[in-house]
Design a protein around this ligand. Structure first.
Ligand code: GMT
Length: 373
């Protein structure tokens, strides 16, 4: 098959999933063409059957907002015709599904189909906003196939947009480097002092991730506990969190590491992963932690409970419940048997339900069904 994939190339779950999917499809012998404004950050080495096409956005004084969607649609048509693509698979509805719709209308290849994969905020945050609602609904309804990364997101999309298309749930899968990650003593020594229990949080530090909650949770824990919280990533709420740490006298317990590329290595030295998000359609980072055998304490929002199984791979608590969060951390620090059980479950269950070998064929089947319909 000849497949075009469009995604956001920067840090973020949807881009990671799209890139890892493209790499797997190329390994299976399919020809994969990425179309985006920059090289996706996990596409950092040459692989046969994989191609990248950069979308250039013309800047012009008249354009206060250069129309990326149109440049993308033009590039899609160019690649569809030159590479004779069978299918376009766009990740994140805004604006990718709309550009794909335009490309399908314009392309010479009359049988071209496009599939839209919904990832979360394209529906729950942006798509539901009146400024995008109608165009998102239209672009989803015109898609030849629609997938969502969780049952929660499927239902949310149906409820929000009242659409009639069927939506196939195809979950996210574990990227290869998280399967093989091994703990490095050297890295552990860099991140924490001897005997310290390593807690980790990884995100883009947007308000939806409830970053200050993490600092209040650490503040609730007994001071004598030897812990280190690694805050990995960067974004709008980092500054406020660093300030809060100083005010609460927690600087010796919390390290802000900024953006890091070696996420699997950091997770491999982590004892417990924390995610206090207000909402997540899936929470790919939970899956990455599980694959490394790291139990997670998360909220029970959105699609998270489909990934983090309460009492099996970790614990889930209500959004904003700082006391419950801190209580569960203490419980897992003190009970190493329970921690080991969760760690083992996390490794087994994640591989069992979300390995690439199980999930990638679901996309391939969906492409085939869509092309034959
Ligand atoms: O969570 C983010 O801020 C990034 C966002 C994205 O689109 O890259 O993540 C969304 O897609 C991920 C991959 O499917 C999911 O694992 C995340 O849960 C989802 N984020 C939200 O729903 C908030």
């Amino acid at each position: 098959m000849r497949i075009g994939i469009t995604c956001y190339p920067t840090y973020g779950g949807s881009g990671v999933v799209a890139t890892e999917l493209g790499k797997k499809l190329a390994q299976l012998g399919h020809e994969v063409h990425f179309i985006s404004y920059a090289l996706p950050y996990r596409l950092n080495r040459f692989q046969s059957n994989l191609f990248f096409h950069e979308v250039e956005v013309l800047k012009y004084p008249l354009f206060e907002y250069p129309p990326y969607s149109l440049s993308l649609a033009s590039k899609m048509v160019e690649v569809v015709e030159a590479a004779k693509l069978d299918i376009l698979h766009v990740h994140y509805a805004i604006p990718h599904a709309t550009s794909a719709f335009l490309a399908r209308e314009m392309a010479d290849q009359k049988k071209l189909k496009y599939i839209t994969t919904l990832h979360g905020t394209d529906i729950t945050l942006l798509g539901a906003d009146p400024s995008y609602f109608k165009i998102v609904k239209f672009s989803i309804e015109k898609s030849d196939g629609v997938t969502a990364v969780s049952e929660y997101l499927k239902k949310e999309t149906q409820d929000t947009f009242q659409i009639n298309n069927s939506i196939r749930v195809i979950p996210n899968f574990i990227p290869d480097d998280f399967i093989s990650a091994k703990p490095s003593q050297e890295l552990r020594n860099c991140c924490a002092e001897k005997g310290e229990f390593i807690l980790t949080h990884i995100s883009n530090f947007r308000p939806l991730k409830r970053i200050p909650d993490l600092i209040y949770i650490i503040n609730k824990l007994p001071r004598h506990l030897k812990i280190k919280l690694l805050m990995v990533g960067d974004g709008p709420d980092r500054f406020q969190a660093e300030k809060l740490c100083k005010e609460l006298g927690l600087c010796d317990k919390v390290v802000f590491m900024g953006k890091q590329e070696n996420i699997s290595e950091i997770l491999a030295v982590t004892d417990l992963f924390l995610l206090p998000s207000e909402n997540e359609s899936f929470g790919l980072v939970i899956l990455e932690a599980h694959a490394c055998g790291v139990p997670c304490i998360t909220t029970n929002a959105g699609g998270i409970p489909e990934v983090n199984l309460d009492g099996e791979t970790g614990f889930t608590v209500n959004v904003g419940d700082i006391d419950a969060f801190a209580g569960r951390i203490e419980q897992l620090i003190e009970n190493s048997d329970l921690r080991k059980r969760f760690s083992k479950n996390a490794r087994i269950i994640s591989r069992d339900r979300f390995s690439a070998d199980k999930v990638v064929p679901q996309y391939l089947n969906f492409y085939e069904e869509t092309l034959n319909s």
